[in-house]
Design a protein around this ligand. Sequence first.
Ligand SMILES: Cc1cc2nc3c(=O)[nH]c(=O)nc-3n(C[C@H](O)[C@H](O)[C@H](O)COP(=O)(O)OP(=O)(O)OC[C@H]3O[C@@H](n4cnc5c(N)ncnc54)[C@H](O)[C@@H]3O)c2cc1C
Length: 459
Amino acid sequence: MTYDVVIIGAGPGGIFSAYELVKKKPELKVAVFESGNELKKRNCPIDGEKVKNCIHCATCAIMNGFGGAGAFSDGKYNITNDFGGTLHAYIGKKKAIELMEYVDELNVKYGGEGTKMYSTAGTKFKKTCMQNKLTLLEASVRHLGTDINYIVLENIYDELKDKVDFFFRTPVQSVERTKDGYRIITEQGATEGRQCIISVGRSGSKWMEKVCADLEIPTKSNRVDLGVRVEIPAVIFEDITDELYESKIVYRTEKFEDDVRTFCMNPNGIVVNENTNGIITVNGHSFEDASKKTENTNFALLVAKHFSEPFKDSNGYGESIARLSNMLGGGVIVQRFGDLERGRRSTHKRIEEGNVRPTLSATPGDLSLVLPKRILDGIIEMIYALDKIAPGVANDDTLLYGVEVKFYNMEVELDDHLETRHKGLFVIGDGSGVTHSLSHASASGVYVADHIIEEMGSK
Ligand SMILES: Cc1cc2nc3c(=O)[nH]c(=O)nc-3n(C[C@H](O)[C@H](O)[C@H](O)COP(=O)(O)OP(=O)(O)OC[C@H]3O[C@@H](n4cnc5c(N)ncnc54)[C@H](O)[C@@H]3O)c2cc1C
């Protein structure tokens, strides 16, 4: 069977490519290969009781399958060129925003119609931040919430399932060039496509490196972000979260002039474990459904590290630090801010006596034994800076979970159509190193699909 377009990976990048291709050119034969399951079969066995830790399933239900890494995410679609990737550097700022807005229209159409769009435009917090040496980045954000995000994915899948050939639990082993296009090898055999879009996300990073090596596509190392997840009573941050929902705030530290930034804010949300290649790190969620809301808000504080010479493996560095926290804590470590400041570990008793009820069961410990001093000093400085715009952030009982790590794929060399040096082979989404968010990954999928259609029309 030869397809017009073969897509590898059914995360937001792959889904929106497939959607755009069959919507704009229904006669196209499109196949999507995905190593994980279809959406309704994505069930993580960790239930906190019988199964407490990762049992390393053949395919990780959280990271792999229809919807990709974003399927159980908080579904925050940020419409901005200020963060979430550098798509604009390839396709221009205007085009990038247009495509993110288009993706937003689709999300609304497929189930997100009751959800709210927040914006930093005209907010008083911009000035308040400036007065306290903090910078509020510009963005609009559609918050779907984990529950509505799932419904949107379900509806898009229903729309696509009869128009696109989906092959779930079918990891692609390798990609070969043929005379007319590309051959995709899986355990089930070979499939050919005239064009090929690779959208394998973070979980496909090692595989992507191999494909680039096999096909001699140049790559560059990327950064890693390291830090902690902060959990506070929601009331402390509610003036900001009620108006903006998600605010990306950057602080330049006085001591080292490093940038520390907030990331992934979850008002009334929960802190969760995240599993990357068997290493347990921390993340956060929140729900639109009022019955699932908690009394706490959580967000990450992260510092970026980028290694180049002679050591290039920024992700390896991040993994080692996360492994160290797993070694000391058996998983994620939690510490009260007051204990960190006093140079002592937290204990179950101290946490129970505090006034913030942890939403994740983590091991009380000492984050100063895990995070490098420079990173931890920056985080502590930022907590005091945030305390000025939201008094209470620097309270003793504020909980810090560690470590939070944001890994980025190496950057694949691409032209301004996100095409590799091989004609008809495109790399999009987080797997390309160009994007690292739902909206940028989705927009990159639409962009490449539109380009393929345009090229077909011109022949
Ligand atoms: C817990 C969590 C919460 C998040 N919350 C947000 C948020 O609120 N807002 C936001 O903007 N971003 C969020 N993100 C990031 C966001 O999910 C990603 O940026 C986005 O999913 C990237 O989309 P993608 O299509 O590039 O890759 P992915 O979503 O990672 O999808 C790639 C797919 O490719 C498949 N694959 C990999 N290798 C192969 C192979 N060899 N063969 C076949 N298939 C393969 C994988 O199984 C996967 O399903 C979150 C991430 C996580 C983990």
